[in-house]
Design a protein around this ligand. Sequence first.
Ligand code: HEM
Length: 126
Amino acid sequence: METHFQRIGGEDPIRGMVDRFYDLMDENPDFYGIRKLHGEDLTESRNKLFMFLSGWTGGPQLYMEKFGHPRLRQRHMPFTIGEAERDQWMTCMSRAMDDVGLDDKLREELKAAFWKTADFMRNQAN
Ligand code: HEM
């Protein structure tokens, strides 16, 4: 069976999706709530999310090879993440998936998977 990594089209489109995701977050004031949690320079964030998503979609485990197990929930603990932050993150990622032109079925599957992970990152009750 084909992995999500293969269906997206490999590393280049995943890179494109991550770049679009952070460009949207950086440019649109609607996403200031999560943009402000990040440092000024997003280069490292782009690299890490790209490496993570490569493995998360069933491709090469680039993040694990370089940094070890991501322990994502724990890594997000220093940031206040409630429903608003989760929803901003999901909106950026959904638009990024639209903009790189993933087909509808693949996009819906990924959206459902992203939502579960994003919801799991919540550490505030609101
Ligand atoms: C729910 C809303 C989320 C918010 C507000 C959020 C915010 C952040 C922030 C502020 C950082 C630290 C800055 C950085 O290193 O880039 C970070 C790191 C990271 N996030 Fe998120 N994030 C969210 C959800 C997610 C989801 C759903 C994923 C994966 C599908 C994810 C994957 C990562 C990765 C891989 C890192 C880098 C970890 C490291 O430092 O090695 N995040 N996130």
